[in-house]
Design a protein around this ligand. Structure first.
Ligand code: PAF
Length: 282
């Protein structure tokens, strides 16, 4: 049966016990409000480890001013059931004080230069500093052998990879596939902010990326592909932050670039910001 752990000493004792018994520990970091996408991360962690800890922590340092920190849905009881159903052994539920014991003015920050200045990083200044700052703490707290992150947050994964390598965290990273609704919309806790009409419109983001992939595959220059996909989203009613095609390591891709690529999009419907991506070969 799944256990809720709120004290760092209890978490350490539990994980130490597992490790002393020779068990491999998996970790899935989340901000709660769990859906089938999160559950797929837990199931993947289960395949790679003997015991699985999932954290639920809405991290204040990764939200910018005016973003949705306050209204981000907190659904701990439902999260516990979702984690248990997916096979997690423990829900790590730290308080803000446990995570940031010196208060918000005394946070030791972790920053990953290079990968954080573009795309999401350019549109959400400071966001990835908050992500690395909290994930470094979570890694130190949980001491897992393997951690699972979803590919939907494509750049987040690149940023975490960078940090793990740079700080030599002894953790294996596993990237999990995007889980989509039947109509193609990537699952996200933020989808529930959408009005019924916007929820219909939101499916355009995956279609635009599919069209981008197909056009790129047919030889259309990548800058044209990006422009056309952004125009498609604008016509559907989105305010587009970016549509970009890049190499898989997120380095800039020339218009005629070939090989493994990824198309990424971020766009807003009203006050709801959606991101998605699609890997393709050219
Ligand atoms: O992807 C998320 O839900 C968050 O960015 C993470 C990794 C849990 C850090 O707060």
């Amino acid at each position: 049966m799944i256990q809720t752990i709120t004290e760092l000493a209890s978490l350490r004792e539990r994980v130490r016990g597992w490790k002393q018994a020779g068990l491999r520990v998996g970790f899935v970091p989340t901000m709660g409000n769990l859906h089938a996408g999160h559950q797929s991360l837990v199931r993947l962690a289960r395949e790679r480890a003997d015991r699985v800890v999932a954290s639920v922590f809405v991290n204040p340092t990764q939200f910018g001013p005016g973003e949705d920190y306050e209204r981000y849905p907190r659904t701990v009881d439902a999260d516990l059931s979702a984690l248990e159903e997916a096979g997690a052994d423990a829900m790590w539920l730290p308080s803000v004080e446990t995570m940031y014991p010196y208060g918000m003015g005394g946070v030791v920050e972790i920053r990953a230069p290079g990968v954080t200045g573009v795309l999401e990083g350019a549109h959400r200044p400071g966001h990835f500093d908050g992500v690395t700052t909290v994930v470094a703490r979570l890694f130190n707290q949980v001491q897992a052998d393997v951690a699972v992150f979803g590919r939907k947050d494509y750049q987040q994964l690149a940023v975490i990879r960078y940090m793990v390598r740079d700080l030599a965290f002894p953790v294996e990273l596993v990237a999990a596939p995007i889980v989509r609704e039947a109509d193609g919309l990537a699952m996200s806790s933020r989808n529930q902010y959408l009005s019924p009409t916007d929820r219909q419109t939101a499916t355009a983001i995956h279609r635009a990326l599919q069209a981008a992939r197909d056009a790129a595959g047919a030889g259309t220059p990548l800058r044209t592909v990006e422009h056309d996909a952004a125009a498609q989203l604008t016509a559907a009613g989105f305010a587009v932050d970016y549509v970009a095609t890049r190499h898989r390591d997120l380095s800039a891709a020339d218009s005629d670039a070939a090989g493994p690529l990824v198309a990424l999009a971020a766009a807003r419907l009203g006050s709801t910001r959606l991101i998605d991506n699609l890997e393709f070969e050219r």
